[in-house]
Design a protein around this ligand. Structure first.
Ligand SMILES: [Fe+2]
Ligand SMILES: [Fe+2]
Length: 452
């Protein structure tokens, strides 16, 4: 069977579960517009009844035990393969032993098993093979090129008729002057590498980070730049092909280096002051500084193990990685942003689900502590349940997630004031933090204000 692009219908009520499903499927298709998302099985039935679109795969959530809606979906699916996600496999008992290409997947295992289930449907011939990341080329922002040192891969430019023309050769050393005129003409200029050379390309970054980890003494300013550049490259790679083993190594080394820079006794005030002075892209600097602030807070409450620092710093590195636009990373009050009319509905949606999307990236990591994924998934939740995407209440926060949220609040607060006072911050937050783990953390943090 040859590969061809198929359309996919996805129907899930919960935004974050739907985001996980879409995330898993996105890597398998050519064009993300080929995934049609719906919020409920009823809407999906109505949509299928209208019959305007033909699908190759339908993935939906069946709530409860009702077989009627499930049967309706499967009948309307025509030739599509169907994956039913739910809590009770019995909803499919009518189809046992039949030829209908329908499989059941427990809803709570969707993130772990969906890709394997789709693969099994492909290899059994029940759905056509998807295009496996069909483009041979991988885009990377032009201004990141000079940070790669001697190029480990040929560099191409995409021209108007869709052809990729070589502009720089493997072995070239590129500096900012070489690419300045490209960037001047097109500010978001993107260059391309062949996908199969992506590993080689990241190798030089891995080497640079590894040698910085060995350096004594460490040149902190230079190393900060290396970390920020690494972040940019990882983000570009991950958004296109997911967390490859090399991209994971770049991320982990960047995190280790951040922790090394932080030293044994992280000083909160100097970190926050530093952040104010820092220029550069909002997402890179904020994702790195958030890790530092979170570690400094952890140090204050006595959580001083390397593994705690690692979890917090890696979570910070990953938490906004699924956002493409820096402006979106600055939105904390989504309701206010939505009402202000400053964002398109699509942007509001993207912001709403980015914690779940980023957590899904975190899950692609091998041997990552599960807490990292939780911190990422919960980073926009609030103690009073007013956060997003799930509106979790305080008892669902892990201690590290709560600390991470406080770290973000503190950064936001320090950006809004010239007179940084730890006490004033906690006074402002007193009401909100007066519950569960937030109350405990706020108390522990306030007992020692000397470090600030
Ligand atoms: Fe975020
Ligand atoms: Fe953020």
């Amino acid at each position: 069977m040859t590969a061809r692009n198929i359309k996919i219908l996805v129907a899930f009520r919960d935004d974050s579960v739907r985001a996980i499903v879409v995330q898993n499927l996105r890597f398998r298709i050519k064009d993300s517009r080929d995934i049609h998302e719906m919020r409920s099985i009823e809407d999906a039935i109505e949509h299928l009844e209208a019959g305007r679109e033909e699908y190759g795969l339908i993935v939906f959530e069946s709530r409860g035990h009702s077989r009627t809606l499930v049967r309706a979906m499967i009948e309307l699916a025509k030739n599509a393969a169907v994956i039913v996600c739910g809590s009770d496999e019995q909803v499919l008992s009518d189809y046992k032993g039949s030829d209908v290409p329908v499989v059941f997947l427990p809803l709570d295992l969707v993130g772990d098993r969906l890709s394997k289930t789709v693969k099994a449907l492909e290899t059994s011939g029940k759905i056509p093979l998807f295009h496996e990341n069909e483009s041979e080329y991988l885009g990377i922002r032009a201004n990141l090129l000079p940070t790669l040192g001697v190029l480990q891969a040929n560099v191409f430019m995409l021209i108007l008729d869709g052809r990729y023309v070589p502009i720089l050769k493997k072995g070239d050393l590129v500096n900012m002057d070489d690419i300045r005129h490209f960037i001047e003409k097109v500010p978001d200029q993107v260059f391309y590498f062949r996908r199969d050379e992506c590993g080689d390309l990241l190798q030089s970054k891995i080497k640079r980070l590894e040698s910085a980890l060995e350096e004594i003494p460490i040149d902190s300013e230079k190393v900060e730049d290396v970390i920020a550049e690494s972040f940019g490259i990882v983000r570009d790679v991950v958004s296109q092909i997911g967390f490859t083993p090399e991209a994971q190594r770049v991320a982990v080394n960047s995190v280790m280096l951040t922790i090394k820079l932080l030293g044994a006794n992280p000083k909160l005030r100097s970190i926050l002051n530093d952040l104010k002075e820092k220029e550069g892209g909002y997402i890179p600097s904020h994702s790195i500084y958030l890790g530092k602030v979170a570690c400094a807070l952890a140090h204050k409450v006595g959580w001083r193990s390397q593994s705690t620092y690692f979890k917090l710093t890696l979570a910070a590195f990953l938490h906004d990685i699924s956002l493409k636009d820096e402006r979106m990373a600055k939105v904390f009050d989504l309701e206010h942003f939505e009402k202000s009319g400053n964002g398109e509905p699509e942007e509001v949606r993207e912001i709403r689900i980015h914690p779940a999307r980023s957590a899904e990236y975190a899950r692609q990591f091998q041997e990552i502590p599960s807490e990292v994924e939780q911190i990422v998934a919960q980073h926009h939740e609030r103690p009073d349940g007013s956060g997003f995407p799930r509106g979790l209440v305080v008892r669902y926060f892990t201690p590290l997630s709560a600390l991470f949220v406080i770290a973000q609040d503190l950064i936001e607060y320090s950006n809004s004031t010239s007179e940084l006072s730890f006490d004033a911050f906690f006074e402002k937050k007193e009401m909100e933090y007066n519950v569960g783990i937030f109350r405990k953390l706020a108390r522990a943090l306030r007992t020692d204000t000397t470090l600030v």
